[in-house]
Design a binder for this molecule. Sequence first.
Ligand code: NI
Length: 193
Amino acid sequence: MEDNLTEENGKLDFHLLEDNEIYRIRMYGDPVLHERALPIEAITEEDHQISKKMLATMYSNPIGIGLAATQVGILRRLIVIDIDRDDPDNAPIVLINPEILEQEGESIIEEGCLSIPELKAEVKRPEKIIVSARTLDDEEIIIEDESLLARVLQHEIDHLNGILFIDHLSRKKQKRLKAKLRQIRQEHAEIPA
Ligand code: NI
């Protein structure tokens, strides 16, 4: 019975994947998270494979709704997003070289990050954005949004520039999170690369 339930939503089956079918997510403390990813000049079959594996990696985490290539140690400007991951009919978004063209307004939303587990904080960012990117089929796409998608896009594009959501917090707030961040850094430093 339970099997039938999961079959209805292929996205939920990703937790069954073997370790070699998903990437290891780089955790806070890993220097790669502060690197700037390089633009993709020509979309190759490898990018299709990378994005597929990135989606599997994102879905294998029960709360993942966005992932940047930087977070799996690949310094290419590629992000995947699925803000409706529990809806089997909603297709995920894969964007190459995403760039914010315009931004407007302001909103404060609580964010989290797969690279900084169990830490959440309210982050102030522009509310509405216009983003240009290319799809995996090498078509230009313009996304205009002021919902959760706008927020996730900004968070993931930040990753491509080596910026984490905690970098947006005030000094005071960062100080308050210091112990927790040190703990995350130590826990994951023990896992060999
Ligand atoms: Ni993140």
